[in-house]
Write a protein that binds this ligand. Structure first.
Ligand SMILES: [Zn+2]
Length: 210
């Protein structure tokens, strides 16, 4: 199947289905004696689907959503993030402002600082950060300073978002680095998590106030 056709087909598939096809085709490739057998990502890359784009954006956003659900379970604002380098999750975190009593403990800050520690370099040029909510100005600033290559987010934040919602710090003229942006990945699930959390919080406040 030609690469373009495969891409179009992928467009209508769930991640699981697409991955199953990827694996199947890779196995065929391996049997056909492709050098090294070829991993799923090798195959996707051959077809022009990059590890940090297309189908895999959805996949990594699911990882970020898993982190966000962890935050919700602890009573933290449900935002989760993962930082991906070379097609693999390097660091993952959820919002921990309450737990750490630290206003800077946003999920993106935690994945960025942990990744710098892992890599041993503050420059994260090869990194993609997946986050369930549009980054705030602090996190956007940190990602620009860390030279994060790409930022993929779910729910947008028109009031305070700094990735195009209220302002665009990730691509601010005059700063010496700009991050690529993809927005709206699994946005509905990301937004519903936040909505449910704040709804429950309001109910709790109403009950407490009476
Ligand atoms: Zn933030």
């Amino acid at each position: 199947m030609a690469g373009r056709e495969f891409l179009e087909v992928l467009g209508d598939l769930s991640v699981e289905e697409a991955e199953a096809i990827g694996t199947r085709q890779t196995e065929e490739g391996a049997r056909a004696g492709r050098p090294g057998g070829g991993g799923r990502f090798d195959l996707l890359e051959e077809l022009g689907i990059h590890q940090s784009g297309g189908v895999t954006d959805e996949h990594f956003m699911e990882e970020a959503l898993r982190q966000a659900r962890k935050a919700a379970a602890k009573g933290e604002v449900p935002v989760g993030a993962v930082l991906v380098v070379n097609g693999a999750v390097l660091t993952k975190a959820h919002n921990q402002v309450e737990e750490l009593k630290d206003a800077t403990a946003h999920a993106e800050m935690l994945v960025v600082t942990a990744a710098a520690g892992e890599i041993g370099d503050w420059r994260l040029n090869e990194a993609t950060v997946y986050v369930t909510k549009e980054p705030c100005p602090m996190c956007a600033g940190a990602m620009v300073l860390s030279r994060v290559k790409r930022v993929v987010y779910g729910a947008s934040d028109p009031k305070g978002g700094a990735a195009g919602g209220a302002l665009n710090l990730l691509q601010f003229e005059g700063l010496n680095h700009k991050c690529e942006i993809r927005s709206g990945v699994r946005a509905e699930e990301c937004r519903d998590l936040l909505r449910d959390f704040f709804k429950k919080q309001r109910v709790a406040e109403d009950v407490g106030g009476k």
